[in-house]
Design a protein around this ligand. Structure first.
Ligand code: ADP
Length: 633
């Protein structure tokens, strides 16, 4: 296109309009961050250019001193940012600045409450990026030319419904953004103020950030005389510096840059690994789970660098899926600069950096749990469900991950997940060999389950598992520290040493009188059950259902059904408590009385008690009412 190109007006995507509106209204208390966002983008653009130029030197167009330049004009009330990074083509401008391509944007916007403080946090976490300039500007003009291309394009908008695009001339590649500041935002037309903001947020940026040197005031009141540029930031890659040289603030600001987050991270780890493979990693755990943590498309948060040259965002081979919330950079000294995503799929260097980093992350979490339990609690609330995917995904580190797991248990009686498997073991009873747990679809269903009765009586702790992922977790965690983990709703409850001989003998004696009853009940329940037997696991309840040790738990079956899976449905085993008066009464009944109804009722209430659904609720109600009527007659 040439001079004939018309200025075209395009509408913002609805989501952008909404986001702009929200942002301007919820981020006003921390306006200065707009500068950090723009510098962060400019730095990314320089990173991208440097990477593409590895295989195509021509992209430098003779200028390989990458930098970011910031200047202002007090009279025109404009602030200008310029970078000589990769720039954008016309289509890229349309795609990047005018639309939000992130998956889950709709749900994100719907989740906002309208409450300013919390929305501000949410928006920060979503990443407002470029649009932040509208917090302080009522008109923004962005002119850009992609490296190696001839067409330049100018994008302009007042941050309301639409933007314009036109083709323009631009000699230098890269992007220039002119902010026309709103009335009242004159503070950003002050070199000292701008430098302060840059120091605060952007010191870690790897490329020089340049600003005009101002002549000392006094020589002329109105116009400052410019005598060249000066570099405002340190411009060395933060992770290459020694730990002792880096302040917490610097670590935190760097995190915000790489993670596109507004909040400080919870904890970080910075390690230089030498030996067979050399690399540096600077990894962070965010304070809050991102809104799209469960999206399949969710990008991984590690940036890969090779010898300080940025290679790619979201390098998904550097962290396993259960650590997908980790953010940061890994910088390799061994990979070639021209690596592609394909090469990374199966690469020894990557594998070794990955396994090394995973171990370091697990160590960091372990240390956090020991040294800063409050922070660990926050971590677990935010990321516990994801960590629970770990043992299934990462067999090598299963035991280390298991140490980090936290559960609710009968010891605490709150649904907060704070009990570690080690804590559980330290509280095990004399003679207890197993770790007991129950899975259910709610905390109350788990806590009040009849299956816990005898364990409670004996003072044995039971883990109460109610997250969906728990079934999956338990199927891949058969033991911890040599102790098997067993479900109290599966198979015969074998209390091993905990059962004393005396008790056993008593039970056997009682059971003798009920042998005939078991047969009769089995006949009546027919194919509803796999088996009928007597139990001593109950103290208050007359009956309960268990599944055979090899079968799928009732809870898992429910979850699968909810998810639309056709489960063959394993039949439960019906267990009766021969010490319960109702069962004693049933045993004394003859068939002419309501023996059938009693049997069905005991079965149905056992099903209800564990959160199951009745096949034929109407018959249940009819039966119950008939018996109530008899009672009141
Ligand atoms: P984010 O940086 O979180 O992706 P932004 O809204 O800040 O979101 O930017 C959207 C996209 O626009 C960036 O991902 C990048 O591709 C492009 N972009 C923004 N600023 C620049 C720039 N200065 N140079 C080149 N591309 C840019």
């Amino acid at each position: 296109m040439s001079e004939t190109a018309q200025k075209e007006t395009l509408g913002f995507q609805t989501e952008v309009k909404q986001l702009l509106h929200l942002m301007i209204h919820s981020l006003y208390s921390n306006k200065e961050i707009f500068l950090r966002e723009l510098i962060s983008n400019a730095s990314d653009a320089c990173d991208k250019l440097r990477f593409e130029a590895v295989s195509n030197d021509g992209l430098y167009e003779g200028d390989n001193e990458l930098n970011i330049h910031i200047s202002y004009d007090k009279v025109a009330k404009t602030l200008t940012l310029r970078d000589n990074g990769i720039g954008m083509s016309r289509q890229e401008v349309i795609d990047n600045i005018g639309t939000i391509a992130k998956s889950g944007t709709r749900q994100f916007l719907d989740s906002l409450t309208g409450e300013q403080a919390s929305d501000a946090n949410m928006i920060g976490q979503f990443g407002v990026g470029f649009y932040a300039c509208f917090i302080v500007a009522d008109k923004v003009s962005l002119t850009t030319r992609r490296a190696g291309e001839s067409e330049a394009v100018r994008w302009e908008s007042a941050g309301e419904g639409d933007f314009t695009l036109e083709s323009v001339e631009k000699d230098s590649r890269g992007t220039e953004i002119v902010l026309h500041l709103r009335d009242g935002e004159e503070e950003y037309l002050d070199g000292w103020r701008l430098k302060n903001i840059i120091h605060k947020y952007s010191d870690h940026i790897t490329f020089p950030i340049m600003m005009p040197i101002e002549a000392p005031v006094g020589e002329s009141d109105e116009e400052e005389t410019l005598v060249g540029d000066e570099q405002v930031n340190k411009a060395s890659a933060l992770w290459t510096r020694g730990k002792n040289d880096i302040s917490d603030e610097e670590y935190n600001e760097f995190y915000k840059h790489v993670a596109h987050d507004f909040e400080d991270p919870l904890v970080h780890l910075h390690a230089r690994v030498e030996g067979k493979h050399e690399y540096t990693s600077l990894l962070y755990v965010p304070q809050r789970a991102p809104y799209n943590l469960y999206d399949r498309e969710h990008p991984q948060g590690i940036k890969l660098y090779v010898k300080r040259v940025f290679i790619m965002d979201d390098a998904d081979n550097l962290m396993p899926s259960y650590l997908r919330f980790i953010r940061g950079v890994i910088d390799s000294s061994d990979l070639p600069l021209n690596v592609s995503r394909e090469i990374l799929q199966s690469n020894k260097v990557i594998d070794s950096m990955r396994s090394g980093s995973v171990k370091k992350v697990l160590d960091m979490l372990d240390k956090l749990a020991k040294d800063e339990p409050e922070k660990y609690t926050t971590f677990w609330q935010q990321f516990g469900k994801v960590m629970k995917e770990g043992p299934a995904e990462d067999m090598t580190n299963r035991d280390r991950i298991a140490k980090l797991l936290r559960f609710a248990s009968t010891h605490k009686d709150t649904d907060e997940q704070v009990v570690a498997l080690d804590d559980y073991i330290s509280r095990m009873q004399e003679g207890q060999e197993k770790i007991y747990y129950i899975t259910a679809d709610s905390f109350n269903a788990a806590k009040n389950s009849p299956h816990l009765e005898v364990l409670r009586k004996k003072g044995i702790e039971v883990l109460l598992l109610t997250d969906r992922v728990d079934e999956w977790l338990m199927s891949s965690l058969p033991e911890f520290d040599g102790k098997p983990l067993v479900s109290v709703t599966k198979g015969e409850l074998d209390l091993g040493e905990l059962e004393d001989e005396e008790e056993k003998k008593q039970h056997e004696a009682i059971d003798k009188d009920f042998e005939a009853l078991v047969g009769k009940v089995k006949e009546i329940l027919g194919d509803k059950v796999k088996d009928v037997r007597l139990t001593h696991r109950l103290t208050n309840s007359p009956s309960c259902l268990v599944v055979d040790s090899g079968d799928m738990s009732a809870n898992l079956e429910r979850l699968l059904k909810e998810a639309g899976h056709d489960t063959a449905g394993s039949k439960p085993i019906f267990e009766m408590n021969p010490e319960h008066p109702l069962v004693v009464k049933l045993n004394a009944m003859d068939a002419s009385e309501r023996f059938d109804d009693w049997t069905h009722l005991l079965f149905e209430q056992a099903l209800l008690a564990e959160g199951g659904q009745l096949d034929d609720p109407a018959s249940f109600v009819a039966r119950l009412n008939a018996m109530l009527l008899e009672l009141s007659a």
